[in-house]
Design a protein. Structure first.
Length: 319
């Protein structure tokens, strides 16, 4: 869907991006991860021609973007940024409607689409007539996402989209983001320096340093198969938490004890071990029961989850 071939960009004789190449598959979320100044935002902005590369080629849907009109290209790509960028003197409805109006959509179609997105993003209808500064930070971020999605673009670019939010609000919106059906058919490239966020949201991660791609792979590949010392050290401080978050109940299923049928069973078998522990903590129960697609029931307690996780980790470590 998106392909970068040896793309480079210099600022003041310094390589911000140095021969970066990668592909993003259709309906995939690729996260560009790295420290500040590693080139990830510059890379993102070259995909919709907000920045022009000095060298290399970028393709979207098999077409070179260099051959396309920049304004026309950007109308077809959703863009969400950290500081949202809402027009302060436009109402929420007017902010969301910017691109559809440029595309000359009928008024009724615009209104129908806006109301549909407001419902999906849990934004109250009465906020449509409000100004951005009358909304909370979380609500403003949802409006920014609605504006990016309103024209139903195939591609969505997100530059530190949740970085300006407090931790509680950010966690809540990340969960909504993961659950939103509309996003599951989008091809998404997201920039973040937050390792936890990258592992939470990415199908694959592109780890960058000094303008170059260090490693490209799934969260599990980065965690268990780092290609060099930089990749290993970058994740080292959060290794255990990340392992809990990328290990699913289905991964440790065979290590969990069987249980008899009971009313308290849950129909989710593929949440992460971290999420299962959070569920135990929030419900205050000693144990929960989970069922897989075959109807097999397993018991979940902190002790059983930890034991199953450790057995799975030992298996990973020894191949």
């Amino acid at each position: 869907m998106i392909e970068l071939k040896a793309v480079s960009k210099k600022f003041n004789h310094t390589h911000a991006v140095n021969e970066v190449s990668f592909k993003v598959n259709e309906a995939e979320t690729l996260v560009l991860l790295g420290t500040s100044g590693c080139g990830k935002t510059t890379t993102l902005k070259m995909i919709n021609r907000l920045i022009t590369p000095d060298a290399g080629e970028i393709y979207i849907g098999g077409e070179a973007i260099a051959n396309q009109d920049g304004d026309a290209l950007r109308k077809k790509i959703g863009y969400v940024m950290q500081h949202i960028g809402l027009f302060p003197h436009y109402t929420i409805a007017e902010n969301i409607a910017v691109v559809p109006k440029l595309l000359k959509w009928p008024k009724a179609k615009i209104e129908e689409r806006i109301h549909g997105l407001m419902e999906k993003l849990h934004l109250p209808a009465h906020t449509l007539n409000m100004l951005p500064n009358q909304l909370s930070g979380g609500q403003q971020q949802r409006v920014g996402l609605a504006r990016a999605l309103v024209a139903d673009p195939a591609v969505l670019l997100m530059d530190e989209p949740f970085g300006a939010l407090d931790n509680v609000t950010r966690t809540s919106i990340q969960q909504e983001f993961k659950a939103l059906d509309e996003l599951k058919r989008k091809t998404i490239v997201m920039v973040t320096h937050d390792v936890q966020e990258a592992f939470e949201l990415a199908d694959r991660i592109c780890l960058m340093d000094k303008g170059k791609v260090v490693q490209l792979g799934t969260p599990k590949e980065l965690l268990y198969q780092p290609v060099n010392d930089f990749a290993k050290k970058f994740l080292a401080g959060q290794q255990l938490t990340l392992e809990f978050k990328i290990t699913k109940l289905s991964d440790i299923w065979s290590f969990l004890p069987n249980a008899a049928a009971a009313e308290e069973k849950s129909e989710v078998a593929d949440v992460s071990v971290w999420e299962a522990m959070e569920l135990l903590r929030s419900t205050g129960k000693d144990r929960l029961l989970a069922v897989d697609e075959h109807g097999k029931i397993k018991a979940l307690s902190f002790e059983q989850l930890t034991k199953g996780f450790n057995q799975y980790q030992n298996l990973q470590a020894h191949g």
